[in-house]
Design a protein around this ligand. Structure first.
Ligand code: M6R
Length: 608
C-alpha cells in the first residue's frame, strides 16, 4: 500500500527520498512523487505514474539540491492512476502526502468551498485544501492548525506536511496509518515503515496516534495534540540490513522461501523450556488458555489461511469450538464472542485495518485478544492484550511465505501449550508434539532444496486458464494457501476445494485443460483423497499429487508425484507449504511476471 518518507538534514534530500521510495516499492504502488524545498526555499513537486525509476529520471533533470522533503508511493483508492492523483498534493501554502482514507472528504469539500478548485479526484487534495484554510485561520501557526485540522477529519491518515513558510521543517500527524520516525546522525527521518529507515539508524519510535511530529535538520520532536512535548518510546530494529536485501537471489520471494527454516527456528527455539512451549518471556499467562470456552481466530488472506490450519489442528486436540473469521466479515456480522472467547488475531504487518478493527470489536465485547504478529510495535501488537511475535524478519515480497510458516509455528505452539494447560496433552505428549514440530523444519528445508523438481513441472501450469487445489481436512486448509499463492503472482485463476465436495457441482469445470494439485498427506483419509484424484483424472485433468514418501499408491495415479518426508500428519503443512510456494513462484517466473510486486496488490492493506 502507499509508502511515505520524509527527511530534513545535511544530506541531499532528493536522492535520499528516491532511495527511500525504492525501499518502499515492495508495498505495492502505481505512482510516485516527491516535494522538497529547493535552493531558494521554494517548494518543488515532482510526480509520475509508474515506477520510482521514472520519477528518478524526471527529478534528475531538474538538478535541484535540497535538504528537506517528502516522498510518496501511491496505491490508488480515490481516483484513478494519474499524475494529478499522485502525491504530493499542493494547495495554497500546504504540500502534503497521505496514507489512509479521509472518509468525510465529500462533506469537507462542500464545507470549505473546494469544489472547482481541486485538480485531482483524491481525498488527499481535499485534506490539503482544508488544512490550508485552517492554517490561515490560525494565523500561520502549524501546531494550532494541525490540532484544528485533526478535529475535522474522519478516517485513517498518516500525513507528512510541508508548510510553505517553514522551510526545512516537516510536520506529521497520524491516526491508524503507521508512521515511524528517528533522529539519526544523517538527519531527521520519518517513514511509513522501517525498511526506509534502516540504512540510517537502528533506533526509532512509532509515532503514536493523535500526536504531531516536527522534523527539523537538528531534531525530531513529538507533541500531543495540545502542543505538549512528549518523550517518544524508543525501539531498536531487531534485524539487519541484509534481511531487506535480495542477497544474490533473483527475487525477494525466493529468498524468503529459503529463509523459512531459519525463521522457524528463530520463532520456536527461544520459547522452548525443557522441550516444552513456554510463553513466560512473552508475558502470556496460562490463565487465558485455561479460562476460555472457545477460540475465535481472526485474520485476512494468508494469515487467515494459517488460522484455518490452526482450526483443523486445535479443535480435535483441544475439544473446544474453534472458529475462523475473515476479519472484514467479522466486523459486520454481530459476532458471538465474549469474555470466555480467546480471540487470536494473526497479522504479519500488524497494521491490516480490517484485522485491527475486528480485534477492537472483539475486545469491546469482552474477549481477550492474543495477537500473532511479525512487526514489532505495530498497531495490532500494541493494542492487543497479549502478543506473540513471530521472528520472520522483514518480508518484502508481496506474496507471503515465511510469515505464513512462522505464523503456523506460533499457532502450533499455542495449541500445544493450551493442550498442556487444559489437560489434553501430558508432558510426554507435549514434548512429542514439539519434537514433531521441530522435525518439520528440516523436512521443509529438504523440499526447498528440491526446488528444481517443482521448476520442471510448472510448464504444465503456465498456460492453464484455471487450476484447482484439492485436499481433505488439514490438506484442504493447506490447499487454500496454495491457490492464493498461485493466483496472486501468476494470475492463473485457481481455487481450493475440499476434495470430497468437488462432485457436488464444481467437477463440471474439470477438463484436460485444468491442472489439479491434489494434496494427500493425512494417513486416515489418504484413500478418500486418492478416490477424488481418480475422479478428476477420469475427466482428463492433469494431476500433480503431493503425498508422503511412504504413501502407497499406483505409479500412474497422477501425472506427476511429489513426495515429502514422512512426518506425523499434523505437521506436513511445512514441507507442503514450501512446495506450494515454489509452484506459484516458478509459475510467475515462467510467465515473466513481476514476482515480488504483483499487479493491483499491496503488502500492507491499511484501507478497508
Ligand atoms: O499483514 P497481514 O498478515 O495482516 O496481511 C494479511 C493479508 O493481506 C496477507 O496475508 C496477504 O493475503 C498476503 N500478502 C498474500 O500473500
Amino acid at each position: 500500500m502507499c509508502g511515505i518518507i520524509g527527511y530534513s538534514g545535511p544530506l541531499e534530500a532528493g536522492k535520499l527520498l528516491l532511495n527511500g521510495l525504492a525501499g518502499l516499492e515492495y508495498r505495492g504502488y502505481d505512482s510516485a512523487g516527491i516535494a522538497y524545498f529547493d535552493g531558494q526555499s521554494k517548494i518543488r513537486v515532482v510526480k509520475k505514474v509508474g515506477k520510482v525509476a521514472a520519477l528518478r529520471e524526471c527529478a534528475a533533470k531538474l538538478g535541484d539540491v535540497s535538504h528537506c522533503g517528502i516522498g510518496h508511493t501511491r496505491w490508488a483508492t480515490h481516483g484513478g492512476v494519474t499524475q494529478e492523483n499522485a502525491h504530493p498534493h499542493r494547495f495554497g501554502r500546504i504540500t502534503l502526502i497521505h496514507n489512509g482514507i479521509i472518509e468525510n472528504y465529500h462533506q469537507l469539500t462542500v464545507e470549505y468551498g473546494l469544489e472547482g478548485r481541486l485538480v485531482s479526484q483524491t481525498d488527499t487534495e481535499v485534506a490539503a485544501g482544508v488544512l490550508d484554510a485552517i492554517y490561515s485561520q490560525c494565523g500561520g501557526d502549524p501546531m494550532a492548525a494541525l490540532k484544528a485540522f485533526e478535529a475535522r477529519l474522519k478516517g485513517s491518515y498518516g500525513f507528512c506536511i510541508l508548510f510553505e513558510d517553514h522551510p526545512g521543517e516537516i510536520y506529521a500527524l497520524r491516526n491508524v496509518s503507521p508512521l515511524v520516525a528517528a533522529y539519526t546522525p544523517s538527519g531527521a527521518l520519518i517513514a511509513s515503515d522501517l525498511t526506509a529507515l534502516i540504512s540510517y539508524t537502528r533506533e526509532y519510535f512509532v509515532v503514536p496516534e493523535h500526536h504531531i511530529v516536527r522534523l527539523t535538520p537538528y531534531k525530531v520532536r513529538l507533541y500531543d495534540m495540545d502542543g505538549n512535548k512528549v518523550a517518544p518510546e524508543m525501539m531498536e530494529v531487531s534485524w539487519n540490513m541484509d534481511a531487506a536485501m535480495k542477497n544474490g537471489f533473483p527475487h525477494f520471494m525466493l529468498k524468503e522461501i529459503h529463509e523459512q527454516p531459519e525463521a522457524l527456528k528463530n520463532t520456536i527455539l527461544p520459547r522452548l523450556a525443557k522441550g516444552l512451549p513456554d510463553f513466560t518471556d512473552d508475558g502470556i499467562p496460562d490463565r487465558i488458555f485455561a479460562d476460555c470456552g472457545r477460540v475465535h481466530i481472526i485474520a485476512c488472506g494468508t494469515a487467515m489461511h494459517a488460522g484455518m490450519v490452526a482450526r483443523a489442528l486445535m479443535e480435535p486436540l483441544l475439544r473446544i469450538p474453534v472458529a475462523v473469521s475473515i476479519a472484514s466479515e467479522f466486523r459486520y456480522e454481530q459476532p458471538l464472542v465474549d469474555a470466555q472467547t480467546l480471540v487470536i488475531v494473526i497479522s504479519q504487518s500488524g497494521e491490516t485495518i480490517d484485522t485491527l478493527a475486528a480485534m477492537r470489536l472483539a475486545q469491546g465485547l469482552g474477549s481477550p485478544a492474543l495477537a500473532v504478529v511479525n512487526v514489532k510495535g505495530s498497531t495490532i501488537a500494541r493494542e492487543s492484550d497479549y502478543v506473540l511475535y513471530t521472528h520472520a524478519g522483514p518480508e518484502i515480497a508481496v506474496a507471503s511465505t515465511k510469515a505464513y510458516s512462522v505464523q503456523l509455528a506460533a499457532l502450533y505452539m499455542i495449541c500445544c501449550r493450551m493442550g498442556m494447560v487444559r489437560g489434553k496433552l501430558d508432558q510426554g505428549g507435549a514434548k512429542a508434539f514439539m519434537g514433531d514440530l521441530l522435525d518439520a523444519v528440516p523436512a521443509m528445508e529438504a523440499m526447498i532444496q528440491k526446488k528444481d523438481q517443482v521448476r520442471n513441472l510448472v510448464t504444465h501450469l503456465i498456460n492453464a486458464p484455471d487450476a484447482f487445489f484439492i485436499g481433505r481436512g488439514l490438506d484442504y486448509a493447506f490447499s487454500l494457501e496454495g491457490a492464493l499463492k498461485l493466483k496472486e503472482i501468476s494470475y492463473i485463476h485457481s481455487e481450493a476445494y475440499a476434495a470430497g465436495e468437488l462432485k457436488h457441482g464444481t467437477i463440471a469445470l474439470i477438463s484436460d485443460r485444468v491442472p489439479v494439485i491434489a494434496i494427500a498427506t493425512q494417513d486416515k483419509i489418504f484413500a478418500k483423497t486418492v478416490s477424488n484424484v481418480r475422479e478428476v483424472r477420469a475427466r482428463g485433468a492433469f494431476v500433480i499429487l503431493l503425498a508422503k514418501e511412504s504413501a502407497r499408491v499406483e505409479e500412474d495415479i497422477a501425472d506427476i508425484q511429489i513426495r515429502i518426508p514422512d512426518l506425523a500428519d499434523q505437521f506436513t503443512v511445512f514441507p507442503i507449504a514450501a512446495v506450494l510456494q515454489l509452484i506459484a513462484y516458478y509459475a510467475s517466473v515462467g510467465k515473466d511476471l513481476d514476482v515480488d510486486q504483483p499487479r493491483n496488490l499491496a503488502k500492507s492493506v491499511t484501507v478497508e
